[in-house]
Design a protein around this ligand. Structure first.
Ligand code: TYC
Length: 103
């Protein structure tokens, strides 16, 4: 494979090549109107958690106000956030979903 970054020292190049992409947390927020069943469905379908895990996450969000559903590279996190919001809108639920850098 050709490498046209001639000015870069070998050690620096390998560090660049193996650096992990920044990760983003996808967070669900509680509200008083979205049904528990719908939140569990979203967590299973979009984030591929088991039913048991989805119920645990839903109750955690319900009790604490917000909770982590997954951690992904930026484009995947944004796609999952959109999927959640599209599903919520289609059923007219006010479910909120945010993403934040995983520092
Ligand atoms: N608090 C909602 C209820 O009692 C359930 C709920 C859980 C809503 C998690 C949103 O992200 C959420 N129906």
């Amino acid at each position: 494979m050709s490498d046209f970054r001639f000015g870069t020292k070998l050690e620096d190049r390998s560090q660049e090549q193996y650096r992990e992409p920044p990760m983003y947390r996808v967070i669900l927020l509680n509200d008083d109107y979205t049904t528990m069943d719908f939140v569990v469905k979203v967590i299973r379908q979009v984030f591929h958690h088991s039913s048991e895990e989805a119920v645990k996450i839903m109750f955690d969000v319900h009790k604490k106000g917000k909770g982590l559903v997954g951690c992904y590279s930026q484009d995947i996190a944004v796609t999952k956030q959109r999927q959640v919001l599209v599903m919520a809108k289609s059923e007219e639920f006010p479910l909120r979903c945010e993403i934040e850098p995983d520092l």
